[in-house]
Design a protein around this ligand. Structure first.
Ligand code: SAM
Length: 393
Protein backbone atom coordinates (compact mmCIF):
# COMPACT_ATOMS: atom_id res chain seq x y z
CA UNK A 1 0.00 0.00 0.00
CA UNK A 2 1.46 3.40 -0.93
CA UNK A 3 2.04 5.93 1.83
CA UNK A 4 -0.49 8.77 1.97
CA UNK A 5 0.86 12.08 0.58
CA UNK A 6 1.95 14.77 3.05
CA UNK A 7 -0.19 17.87 3.41
CA UNK A 8 1.58 21.23 2.85
CA UNK A 9 1.70 22.12 6.60
CA UNK A 10 3.33 18.77 7.44
CA UNK A 11 5.77 19.20 4.57
CA UNK A 12 6.69 22.72 5.80
CA UNK A 13 7.20 21.37 9.33
CA UNK A 14 9.50 18.62 8.05
CA UNK A 15 11.41 21.16 5.91
CA UNK A 16 12.07 23.35 8.98
CA UNK A 17 13.47 20.38 10.92
CA UNK A 18 15.58 19.31 7.95
CA UNK A 19 17.07 22.80 7.74
CA UNK A 20 17.87 22.73 11.47
CA UNK A 21 19.64 19.37 11.09
CA UNK A 22 21.58 20.63 8.04
CA UNK A 23 22.76 23.60 10.16
CA UNK A 24 23.84 21.30 13.02
CA UNK A 25 25.76 19.13 10.54
CA UNK A 26 27.48 22.20 9.04
CA UNK A 27 28.43 23.48 12.54
CA UNK A 28 29.90 20.06 13.35
CA UNK A 29 32.17 20.22 10.30
CA UNK A 30 30.15 18.09 7.87
CA UNK A 31 28.92 15.03 9.80
CA UNK A 32 27.15 14.10 13.05
CA UNK A 33 26.82 10.66 14.68
CA UNK A 34 23.64 8.82 13.66
CA UNK A 35 22.46 8.98 17.31
CA UNK A 36 22.60 12.81 17.17
CA UNK A 37 20.55 12.77 13.95
CA UNK A 38 17.96 10.50 15.64
CA UNK A 39 17.89 12.72 18.72
CA UNK A 40 17.15 15.80 16.60
CA UNK A 41 14.61 13.98 14.40
CA UNK A 42 12.68 12.76 17.45
CA UNK A 43 13.29 15.34 20.17
CA UNK A 44 14.44 18.74 18.73
CA UNK A 45 12.35 21.21 20.79
CA UNK A 46 9.11 22.11 19.00
CA UNK A 47 10.09 20.28 15.80
CA UNK A 48 11.11 16.68 16.59
CA UNK A 49 8.66 13.81 16.13
CA UNK A 50 7.95 13.43 19.87
CA UNK A 51 8.26 17.16 20.69
CA UNK A 52 5.77 18.49 18.14
CA UNK A 53 2.02 18.08 17.93
CA UNK A 54 1.25 15.25 15.47
CA UNK A 55 -1.15 12.46 16.56
CA UNK A 56 1.45 9.64 16.73
CA UNK A 57 -0.41 7.13 18.95
CA UNK A 58 -3.42 5.01 18.02
CA UNK A 59 -5.30 4.29 14.85
CA UNK A 60 -5.24 7.89 13.60
CA UNK A 61 -1.48 8.14 14.21
CA UNK A 62 1.60 6.22 13.14
CA UNK A 63 1.71 3.22 15.50
CA UNK A 64 -0.37 1.50 18.18
CA UNK A 65 1.26 0.64 21.51
CA UNK A 66 -0.17 -1.98 23.89
CA UNK A 67 -1.80 0.59 26.25
CA UNK A 68 -3.56 2.16 23.24
CA UNK A 69 -5.43 -1.08 22.48
CA UNK A 70 -7.48 -0.86 25.68
CA UNK A 71 -6.97 -1.16 29.42
CA UNK A 72 -6.10 -4.89 29.74
CA UNK A 73 -2.34 -4.36 29.33
CA UNK A 74 -2.15 -1.64 32.01
CA UNK A 75 -4.36 -3.63 34.38
CA UNK A 76 -2.05 -6.68 34.16
CA UNK A 77 1.02 -4.46 34.70
CA UNK A 78 -0.74 -2.95 37.73
CA UNK A 79 -1.40 -6.49 39.05
CA UNK A 80 2.31 -7.30 38.64
CA UNK A 81 3.52 -4.11 40.33
CA UNK A 82 1.01 -4.06 43.19
CA UNK A 83 3.00 -6.52 45.42
CA UNK A 84 6.26 -4.48 45.30
CA UNK A 85 4.24 -1.29 45.89
CA UNK A 86 2.56 -2.87 48.91
CA UNK A 87 5.91 -4.07 50.28
CA UNK A 88 7.38 -0.57 50.02
CA UNK A 89 4.20 0.70 51.69
CA UNK A 90 3.56 4.30 52.59
CA UNK A 91 5.70 6.72 50.64
CA UNK A 92 5.99 4.43 47.59
CA UNK A 93 6.34 6.19 44.24
CA UNK A 94 5.18 4.85 40.86
CA UNK A 95 7.58 6.28 38.27
CA UNK A 96 6.39 5.84 34.70
CA UNK A 97 8.99 6.62 32.06
CA UNK A 98 7.70 8.00 28.73
CA UNK A 99 3.96 8.36 29.24
CA UNK A 100 2.88 8.55 25.56
CA UNK A 101 -0.76 9.59 25.27
CA UNK A 102 -1.44 8.98 28.99
CA UNK A 103 -3.49 5.84 28.20
CA UNK A 104 -1.29 3.62 30.36
CA UNK A 105 -1.37 5.98 33.36
CA UNK A 106 -5.16 6.32 33.19
CA UNK A 107 -5.86 2.58 33.24
CA UNK A 108 -3.02 1.69 35.63
CA UNK A 109 -4.03 4.31 38.20
CA UNK A 110 -7.70 3.22 38.16
CA UNK A 111 -6.73 -0.43 38.58
CA UNK A 112 -4.09 0.21 41.27
CA UNK A 113 -6.77 2.13 43.14
CA UNK A 114 -9.22 -0.78 42.76
CA UNK A 115 -6.51 -3.10 44.15
CA UNK A 116 -5.89 -0.76 47.10
CA UNK A 117 -2.27 -0.34 45.91
CA UNK A 118 -2.33 3.18 44.42
CA UNK A 119 0.64 5.05 45.91
CA UNK A 120 0.51 8.65 47.09
CA UNK A 121 2.71 9.72 44.17
CA UNK A 122 2.48 8.71 40.52
CA UNK A 123 5.25 10.51 38.63
CA UNK A 124 5.51 10.56 34.83
CA UNK A 125 8.96 11.30 33.43
CA UNK A 126 8.24 12.76 30.02
CA UNK A 127 10.79 14.84 28.11
CA UNK A 128 8.26 16.00 25.48
CA UNK A 129 6.40 19.16 26.58
CA UNK A 130 3.68 18.43 24.02
CA UNK A 131 3.09 14.91 25.36
CA UNK A 132 3.19 16.13 28.98
CA UNK A 133 0.38 18.55 28.12
CA UNK A 134 -1.68 15.84 26.39
CA UNK A 135 -1.20 13.44 29.31
CA UNK A 136 -2.20 16.16 31.80
CA UNK A 137 -5.37 16.96 29.85
CA UNK A 138 -6.38 13.31 29.48
CA UNK A 139 -5.91 12.48 33.16
CA UNK A 140 -7.66 15.69 34.29
CA UNK A 141 -10.67 14.75 32.15
CA UNK A 142 -10.83 11.06 32.97
CA UNK A 143 -9.58 10.45 36.52
CA UNK A 144 -11.46 11.30 39.71
CA UNK A 145 -9.99 14.48 41.20
CA UNK A 146 -8.55 12.69 44.27
CA UNK A 147 -6.52 10.33 42.05
CA UNK A 148 -5.50 13.00 39.55
CA UNK A 149 -4.09 15.04 42.45
CA UNK A 150 -1.49 12.29 43.04
CA UNK A 151 -0.04 12.58 39.52
CA UNK A 152 2.98 14.76 38.84
CA UNK A 153 5.17 15.32 35.79
CA UNK A 154 8.93 15.37 35.62
CA UNK A 155 10.94 16.64 32.68
CA UNK A 156 14.10 15.08 34.15
CA UNK A 157 14.79 12.17 36.53
CA UNK A 158 14.26 12.51 40.30
CA UNK A 159 17.97 13.31 40.73
CA UNK A 160 19.29 13.39 44.28
CA UNK A 161 15.97 12.66 45.96
CA UNK A 162 15.89 9.25 47.68
CA UNK A 163 12.81 7.25 46.74
CA UNK A 164 11.36 3.72 46.78
CA UNK A 165 8.65 2.16 44.67
CA UNK A 166 8.38 0.96 41.09
CA UNK A 167 9.74 2.13 37.76
CA UNK A 168 7.95 1.16 34.56
CA UNK A 169 8.74 1.83 30.90
CA UNK A 170 6.83 0.50 27.88
CA UNK A 171 8.39 1.09 24.46
CA UNK A 172 10.84 3.72 25.72
CA UNK A 173 14.23 2.05 25.26
CA UNK A 174 13.45 1.49 21.56
CA UNK A 175 13.01 5.26 21.23
CA UNK A 176 16.40 6.18 22.76
CA UNK A 177 18.69 7.74 20.13
CA UNK A 178 20.94 4.88 19.11
CA UNK A 179 24.44 4.91 17.67
CA UNK A 180 25.10 2.55 14.72
CA UNK A 181 28.33 0.70 14.09
CA UNK A 182 29.85 -1.05 11.10
CA UNK A 183 32.89 -3.35 10.92
CA UNK A 184 35.53 -2.47 8.30
CA UNK A 185 38.72 -4.51 8.02
CA UNK A 186 38.27 -5.71 11.61
CA UNK A 187 37.93 -2.13 12.90
CA UNK A 188 34.85 -0.66 14.53
CA UNK A 189 33.52 2.38 12.67
CA UNK A 190 30.54 4.49 13.68
CA UNK A 191 27.90 5.61 11.24
CA UNK A 192 27.46 9.31 10.82
CA UNK A 193 25.04 11.48 8.86
CA UNK A 194 26.08 14.14 6.34
CA UNK A 195 24.02 16.48 4.17
CA UNK A 196 23.33 15.38 0.59
CA UNK A 197 21.50 18.14 -1.26
CA UNK A 198 18.16 18.55 0.51
CA UNK A 199 18.47 15.19 2.17
CA UNK A 200 21.01 13.16 4.12
CA UNK A 201 23.45 10.34 3.52
CA UNK A 202 25.34 7.88 5.66
CA UNK A 203 29.06 8.41 6.23
CA UNK A 204 31.48 6.44 8.39
CA UNK A 205 33.65 7.97 11.10
CA UNK A 206 36.11 6.33 13.55
CA UNK A 207 34.26 4.92 16.59
CA UNK A 208 35.03 6.49 19.96
CA UNK A 209 36.53 4.40 22.78
CA UNK A 210 33.14 3.72 24.45
CA UNK A 211 31.58 2.40 21.23
CA UNK A 212 34.65 0.32 20.38
CA UNK A 213 34.68 -1.24 23.87
CA UNK A 214 30.93 -1.95 23.74
CA UNK A 215 31.20 -3.70 20.34
CA UNK A 216 34.18 -5.78 21.54
CA UNK A 217 32.22 -6.74 24.68
CA UNK A 218 29.38 -8.07 22.49
CA UNK A 219 31.85 -10.01 20.32
CA UNK A 220 33.47 -11.56 23.41
CA UNK A 221 30.07 -12.50 24.77
CA UNK A 222 29.04 -14.08 21.44
CA UNK A 223 32.39 -15.85 21.12
CA UNK A 224 32.89 -14.76 17.49
CA UNK A 225 33.96 -11.49 15.87
CA UNK A 226 31.48 -9.69 13.62
CA UNK A 227 32.00 -10.30 9.90
CA UNK A 228 33.41 -7.54 7.74
CA UNK A 229 30.66 -5.12 6.70
CA UNK A 230 28.38 -6.17 9.59
CA UNK A 231 26.21 -3.23 10.59
CA UNK A 232 23.92 -2.84 13.59
CA UNK A 233 22.88 -0.69 16.52
CA UNK A 234 24.22 -0.70 20.05
CA UNK A 235 23.40 1.50 23.06
CA UNK A 236 26.66 1.93 25.01
CA UNK A 237 24.86 4.52 27.15
CA UNK A 238 22.12 2.11 28.34
CA UNK A 239 23.71 1.46 31.79
CA UNK A 240 24.06 5.24 32.33
CA UNK A 241 20.48 5.85 31.19
CA UNK A 242 19.15 3.22 33.63
CA UNK A 243 21.16 4.73 36.45
CA UNK A 244 19.92 8.22 35.54
CA UNK A 245 16.22 7.27 35.47
CA UNK A 246 16.36 5.18 38.67
CA UNK A 247 18.22 7.99 40.41
CA UNK A 248 18.57 7.28 44.13
CA UNK A 249 15.99 4.49 44.27
CA UNK A 250 16.46 2.67 47.58
CA UNK A 251 14.17 -0.32 47.21
CA UNK A 252 11.61 -1.42 44.68
CA UNK A 253 11.10 -3.00 41.27
CA UNK A 254 11.82 -2.00 37.69
CA UNK A 255 9.84 -3.34 34.72
CA UNK A 256 10.68 -2.77 31.06
CA UNK A 257 8.51 -3.96 28.17
CA UNK A 258 9.69 -3.48 24.62
CA UNK A 259 10.34 -5.25 21.35
CA UNK A 260 13.70 -6.89 20.97
CA UNK A 261 15.75 -10.03 21.23
CA UNK A 262 18.33 -11.69 23.45
CA UNK A 263 21.84 -10.75 22.24
CA UNK A 264 22.54 -13.92 20.27
CA UNK A 265 19.44 -13.35 18.14
CA UNK A 266 19.83 -9.57 17.97
CA UNK A 267 23.32 -9.88 16.52
CA UNK A 268 22.66 -13.03 14.44
CA UNK A 269 24.98 -13.16 11.40
CA UNK A 270 21.95 -12.84 9.10
CA UNK A 271 20.71 -9.64 10.78
CA UNK A 272 23.64 -7.72 9.31
CA UNK A 273 21.76 -4.48 8.62
CA UNK A 274 20.57 -3.93 12.17
CA UNK A 275 17.06 -3.34 13.45
CA UNK A 276 16.60 0.35 12.75
CA UNK A 277 13.34 1.34 11.09
CA UNK A 278 10.78 4.09 10.92
CA UNK A 279 6.98 4.14 11.26
CA UNK A 280 4.61 6.42 9.45
CA UNK A 281 0.83 5.90 9.33
CA UNK A 282 1.22 2.23 10.31
CA UNK A 283 3.73 1.57 7.53
CA UNK A 284 7.24 0.31 8.28
CA UNK A 285 9.61 2.66 6.44
CA UNK A 286 13.19 1.53 5.77
CA UNK A 287 14.40 5.04 4.87
CA UNK A 288 14.98 6.66 8.25
CA UNK A 289 15.94 9.93 6.52
CA UNK A 290 12.51 10.33 4.87
CA UNK A 291 9.78 12.64 6.27
CA UNK A 292 12.08 13.90 9.04
CA UNK A 293 10.04 14.81 12.12
CA UNK A 294 6.89 13.12 10.77
CA UNK A 295 7.89 9.49 11.31
CA UNK A 296 8.97 7.60 14.38
CA UNK A 297 12.47 6.09 14.31
CA UNK A 298 13.17 3.07 16.45
CA UNK A 299 15.60 0.19 17.06
CA UNK A 300 14.95 -3.10 18.87
CA UNK A 301 16.24 -3.71 22.39
CA UNK A 302 19.14 -6.08 23.18
CA UNK A 303 17.61 -7.73 26.28
CA UNK A 304 20.95 -9.23 27.30
CA UNK A 305 22.33 -5.67 27.44
CA UNK A 306 19.30 -4.63 29.50
CA UNK A 307 19.90 -7.51 31.94
CA UNK A 308 23.53 -6.41 32.27
CA UNK A 309 22.52 -2.78 32.80
CA UNK A 310 19.87 -3.59 35.43
CA UNK A 311 22.09 -5.89 37.48
CA UNK A 312 25.03 -3.50 36.96
CA UNK A 313 22.88 -0.82 38.61
CA UNK A 314 22.71 -2.97 41.76
CA UNK A 315 19.38 -4.77 41.21
CA UNK A 316 18.62 -8.48 41.31
CA UNK A 317 17.34 -9.93 38.05
CA UNK A 318 13.66 -10.85 38.61
CA UNK A 319 12.69 -12.42 35.29
CA UNK A 320 12.30 -12.29 31.51
CA UNK A 321 9.07 -13.27 29.70
CA UNK A 322 7.43 -12.84 26.36
CA UNK A 323 4.71 -10.20 26.65
CA UNK A 324 2.08 -12.93 26.19
CA UNK A 325 3.48 -15.04 29.07
CA UNK A 326 3.89 -11.96 31.25
CA UNK A 327 0.30 -10.77 30.77
CA UNK A 328 -1.18 -14.25 31.17
CA UNK A 329 0.93 -14.75 34.31
CA UNK A 330 -0.41 -11.51 35.72
CA UNK A 331 -4.12 -12.09 35.45
CA UNK A 332 -5.02 -11.47 31.80
CA UNK A 333 -7.78 -14.10 31.86
CA UNK A 334 -9.32 -12.69 35.05
CA UNK A 335 -9.10 -9.11 33.77
CA UNK A 336 -10.75 -10.19 30.51
CA UNK A 337 -13.57 -11.94 32.37
CA UNK A 338 -14.09 -8.93 34.66
CA UNK A 339 -14.30 -6.58 31.69
CA UNK A 340 -16.54 -8.95 29.73
CA UNK A 341 -18.95 -9.10 32.64
CA UNK A 342 -19.25 -5.30 32.45
CA UNK A 343 -19.42 -5.13 28.63
CA UNK A 344 -22.80 -3.89 27.44
CA UNK A 345 -23.06 -5.78 24.12
CA UNK A 346 -21.46 -8.33 21.80
CA UNK A 347 -19.50 -5.67 19.92
CA UNK A 348 -17.76 -4.66 23.15
CA UNK A 349 -17.10 -8.30 24.04
CA UNK A 350 -15.69 -8.97 20.57
CA UNK A 351 -13.40 -5.92 20.92
CA UNK A 352 -12.08 -7.30 24.22
CA UNK A 353 -11.29 -10.68 22.63
CA UNK A 354 -9.57 -8.90 19.77
CA UNK A 355 -7.50 -6.89 22.27
CA UNK A 356 -6.33 -10.12 23.93
CA UNK A 357 -5.36 -11.53 20.53
CA UNK A 358 -3.32 -8.46 19.63
CA UNK A 359 -1.55 -8.48 22.99
CA UNK A 360 -0.72 -12.18 23.01
CA UNK A 361 -0.64 -13.81 19.56
CA UNK A 362 2.87 -14.57 18.26
CA UNK A 363 1.89 -12.98 14.93
CA UNK A 364 0.93 -9.75 16.76
CA UNK A 365 2.64 -8.42 19.93
CA UNK A 366 2.80 -11.58 22.02
CA UNK A 367 6.34 -12.79 21.27
CA UNK A 368 8.03 -9.80 19.63
CA UNK A 369 7.43 -7.80 22.80
CA UNK A 370 9.12 -9.00 25.94
CA UNK A 371 9.11 -8.03 29.61
CA UNK A 372 12.14 -7.87 31.89
CA UNK A 373 12.09 -7.11 35.62
CA UNK A 374 14.52 -6.26 38.39
CA UNK A 375 14.06 -6.09 42.15
CA UNK A 376 15.81 -4.61 45.13
CA UNK A 377 14.53 -5.62 48.56
CA UNK A 378 11.00 -6.35 47.29
CA UNK A 379 9.34 -9.49 45.89
CA UNK A 380 8.93 -9.31 42.12
CA UNK A 381 9.94 -12.74 40.80
CA UNK A 382 6.38 -14.06 41.08
CA UNK A 383 5.37 -11.67 38.28
CA UNK A 384 7.48 -13.76 35.86
CA UNK A 385 6.16 -17.24 36.62
CA UNK A 386 4.18 -17.24 33.34
CA UNK A 387 7.15 -18.45 31.29
CA UNK A 388 10.88 -18.04 31.64
CA UNK A 389 12.98 -16.82 28.69
CA UNK A 390 16.14 -16.09 30.68
CA UNK A 391 17.92 -19.22 29.33
CA UNK A 392 18.07 -17.36 25.99
CA UNK A 393 19.97 -14.37 27.37
C1 SAM B 1 6.90 4.92 21.72
S1 SAM B 1 6.45 6.04 22.95
C2 SAM B 1 5.71 4.95 24.15
C3 SAM B 1 4.71 5.67 25.02
C4 SAM B 1 3.97 4.83 26.06
N1 SAM B 1 4.88 4.26 27.04
C5 SAM B 1 3.12 3.77 25.41
O1 SAM B 1 3.41 2.60 25.60
O2 SAM B 1 2.17 4.12 24.71
C6 SAM B 1 7.96 6.55 23.69
C7 SAM B 1 7.78 7.49 24.87
O3 SAM B 1 9.04 7.65 25.53
C8 SAM B 1 9.30 9.01 25.73
N2 SAM B 1 10.78 9.17 25.85
C9 SAM B 1 11.66 9.19 24.87
N3 SAM B 1 12.92 9.34 25.36
C10 SAM B 1 12.79 9.37 26.69
C11 SAM B 1 13.72 9.50 27.76
N4 SAM B 1 15.03 9.64 27.53
N5 SAM B 1 13.25 9.52 29.02
C12 SAM B 1 11.92 9.38 29.26
N6 SAM B 1 10.99 9.25 28.28
C13 SAM B 1 11.43 9.25 27.02
C14 SAM B 1 8.63 9.66 24.53
O4 SAM B 1 8.47 11.04 24.66
C15 SAM B 1 7.31 8.88 24.51
O5 SAM B 1 6.41 9.34 25.48
Amino acid sequence: MPLPPLDPAAQAHSDRLRQLIHAVIADAGGAIPFSRFMELALYAPGLGYYSAGSTKFGRAGDFVTAPELGSLFAECVAEALAPPLRTVGEGAVFLEIGGGSGAFAEAAILHLDALGAMPARYAILEPSADLRERQRERLRERLPEALNARVEWLDRPLGEEEWSGVLFANEVIDALPTPRFVIRGGEVREEGVASAGDGFRVVEVPADALMEAAVRHVERDLGVPFADGYRSELLPQLPYWIQAVMGRMQSGAMLFIDYGHPRREYYAPTRDRGTLRAFHRHHVVDDVFARVGLQDITASVDFTALAEAGTGAGFEFAGYNSQAAFLIGNGLQQRLEAQEARASNDTARFALRRQVQQLTLPSAMGERFQAMGFERGVPFEAAFLGGDLSFRL
